[in-house]
Design a protein around this ligand. Structure first.
Ligand code: NAG
Ligand code: NAG
Ligand code: NAG
Ligand code: NAG
Ligand code: NAG
Ligand code: NAG
Ligand code: NAG
Ligand code: NAG
Length: 553
């Protein structure tokens, strides 16, 4: 589905590995490192890291130490980006065990020994030491029944949970006036490309952390823009999967009808590797039972020639009137350049290729009602499912009261908004109005929206400038010029966007479960442009710790 960010820039998921806790008394031996070229952790890809791990140039323990040090440099110190909420106290032990396993029996998958940062609404078992709170003190110290479905898959593949990323509290489903990237527990996360720039949200910390290499890869969640928008604002490759491709079991919910978990990474290759592992059926999330029988190996979509012969449509009307992407001369220029690139790569660009429902989408408000109703039902059931919650909060009504009773923690000056919680609490369940609204949304977004346009113009995919649109997947498109006027962020006066040098992304979107071809198109574009590499974060936001500072030390 597709909504401008004015509808609500919500933008908002993961399990347990029975690894033996290795004692630190047996460090993995590391080969002589004098002449070894270590990958630059700002940009390092999963495959580069695997190459170094397989060659014994460094270990997963080294990687965890290096990422911890990089986080320490910029999270609360220096530019204080506030991208990371918590570090996993078990990460080093997990890394050590996975290092030993690699030596004995080889790697389980391309994610073996790779540190991944999870958005803080994705549950991890408390015994490991990490909280799962969606940024809210009402969940501090809570004990979840089990790892999220996607976390189970990550652990089985050998990934290391590095920690939890800051986010817009409750995936931006608390107060309309709260800025993206703010949570009671984490404070205000900001963008690494310009001081105090809007990181967008709600997967803000995941985006900022991926953008400067505070982890190898990250996971975010999206309900409406929460993966694609931080991907766009932070110069990244992100995938918002079709609802039901990745499990939402164990994810602090907004709505089962819209929530989805996806990768936020520096390249389409990394995103495809992560998606191939987290996608799949989960008995704890019955929406996943409707997905195609076989999860594709999305890395097979990574073909530089994939745009040859493809028909790509431009649904102009959905962004023509948008105050950011439709009227911004910079976005218009770089978007036209992107269309020229697609043509050069052999695609037929059909422009315009409007969604029949475009004007109705612009004014529709049914989504708000659907999310308000679902959130109350699902959040109540999330709290009820906890094995323990020290705050005493057991449902949405008690959450609202908790915030009011703890203003210093949850309602500090300038961050007092919780109107969405109140609006949701006022709903009375899934009645006929709810089902009508849900059906109306599906009709607008899919039947008379994306699917109708794809069919009418015989298209393989649609393409849009990324900001504010709920689309899959996104790749870097460009950067605002250095003389860009600083504009207060949509998020409020404390953040700015656009601003000099801040990134913007390009989105490819298609029908349900068309991730394989969307990834192939986005990959072809990424390989032809390598826009991400054209610009780095502002100097103080670039951590200096590298593997050379850790290995053998
Ligand atoms: C959660 O956070 C609290 C406070 O920072 C900390 O004491 C605790 O160890 C963390 N982890 C769990 C599982 O509660
Ligand atoms: C999942 O289960 C719920 C209730 O058990 C049901 O209402 C819903 O239709 C099911 N969804 C799918 C996609 O099977
Ligand atoms: C968008 O702009 C076009 C052209 O200016 C106009 O015809 C259309 O009514 C506008 N749509 C909305 C929803 O504002
Ligand atoms: C859903 O949208 C239709 C058409 O815009 C509108 O008439 C109706 O009031 C909306 N329903 C809700 C619950 O917002
Ligand atoms: C609240 O925001 C205003 C700007 O709108 C700012 O001037 C003020 O310093 C902020 N107060 C605090 C305590 O952050
Ligand atoms: C459904 O519930 C909402 C409040 O959640 C209410 O506004 C609406 O009138 C109800 N619809 C019906 C048909 O009762
Ligand atoms: C920025 O510089 C470009 C070319 O150097 C110029 O065309 C543009 O008008 C300038 N924009 C602003 C906001 O000053
Ligand atoms: C890992 C880390 O730096 N976490 C910090 C996140 O922000 C909160 C609030 O400032 C700190 O208490 C954590 O230590």
């Amino acid at each position: 589905m597709l909504f401008t960010w004015r509808t609500r820039a919500l933008t908002a998921l993961l399990a347990y590995l029975a690894i033996t806790r290795a004692t630190c008394s047996e460090p993995v031996s590391v080969a002589a490192t004098a002449k070894v070229q270590f990958p630059d952790l700002y940009e390092a890809s999963i495959l580069e890291l695997q190459e170094g791990l397989d060659a014994g140039h460094f270990s997963s323990v080294d990687l965890v130490k290096a990422y911890f040090a990089r986080i320490d440099e910029v999270n609360l110190k220096g530019p204080a980006l506030r991208a990371v909420l918590e570090l996993n106290p078990s990460a080093l032990a997990q890394a050590a065990a996975l290092d030993i396993e690699r030596k004995i029996s080889g790697k389980r998958s391309e994610l073996h020994g790779i540190p991944i940062l999870l958005k803080d609404n994705i549950a991890t078992i408390a015994a490991e030491g990490l909280n799962t709170t969606a940024g809210s003190f009402s969940l501090l110290g809570s004990v979840v029944p089990e790892d999220a479905g996607v976390v189970k898959r990550l652990r089985k593949a050998g990934a290391i949970v590095l920690g939890k990323a800051n986010l817009s509290e409750f995936a931006h489903f608390r107060g309309n006036a709260l800025p993206s990237g703010w949570s009671g527990r984490g404070g205000q996360c900001t963008n690494a490309y310009f001081p105090n720039a809007d990181p967008c949200g709600s997967s803000s910390g995941s985006g900022v952390a991926a953008s400067i290499g505070l982890a190898a890869v990250t996971l975010g969640t999206e309900t409406d823009g929460s993966i694609t928008c931080p991907t766009s604002n932070n110069n990244l490759a992100g995938i918002k999967p079709t609802v039901g491709l990745t499990s939402r079991a164990g994810v602090i919910p907004i709505s089962e009808h819209q929530d989805t978990v996806g990768p936020i990474t520096r390249s389409l290759t990394d995103a495809a590797i992560v998606l191939s592992i987290i996608a799949g059926k989960d008995p704890n999330d019955n929406f996943t039972l409707a997905q195609p029988a076989v999860v594709p190996d999305f890395t097979k979509a990574l073909k530089a020639g994939a745009l040859r012969g493809a028909r790509i449509g431009v649904p102009r009307r959905v962004f023509l009137n948008d105050s950011i992407s439709g009227n911004d001369p910079f976005v218009n220029v770089v978007f036209e350049e992107a269309l020229a690139t697609l043509r050069k790569l052999g695609a037929t660009v059909v422009d315009p290729a409007d969604l029949p429902s475009a004007d109705e989408i612009a004014v529709s408000n049914n989504e708000t009602f659907v999310l308000d109703v679902d959130f109350k039902i699902q959040l109540n059931s999330y709290y009820a499912g906890l094995l323990k919650n020290p705050s005493g909060v057991r449902n949405l009504a008690e959450l609202i009261a908790f915030d009011i009773a703890n203003p210093n923690l949850e309602l500090p000056v300038n961050f007092t908004s919780q109107d969405i919680l109140v609006e949701s609490q006022a709903t009375t369940g899934r009645n006929s109005t709810f089902f009508q609204s849900l059906a109306f949304d599906k009709d607008l977004g899919a039947t008379r929206g994306i699917d109708a346009a794809l069919k009418a113009f015989n298209l393989d995919a649609l393409i849009l400038p990324a900001p504010g649109f709920t689309t899959v997947p996104a790749v870097p498109l460009g950067f605002y010029p250095d003389n860009q006027t600083v504009i207060p962020g949509s998020a409020g006066p404390l953040t700015v966007y656009p601003a000099p040098g801040v990134p913007i992304g390009l989105s490819f979107l298609g029908t349900a479960f068309s991730e394989f071809s969307l990834i192939s198109f986005a990959f072809a574009y990424e390989q032809a442009t390598h826009t991400r590499l054209a610009r780095r974060a502002f100097p103080a936001a670039i951590p200096t710790t590298q593997l050379a500072d850790i290995v053998g030390k």
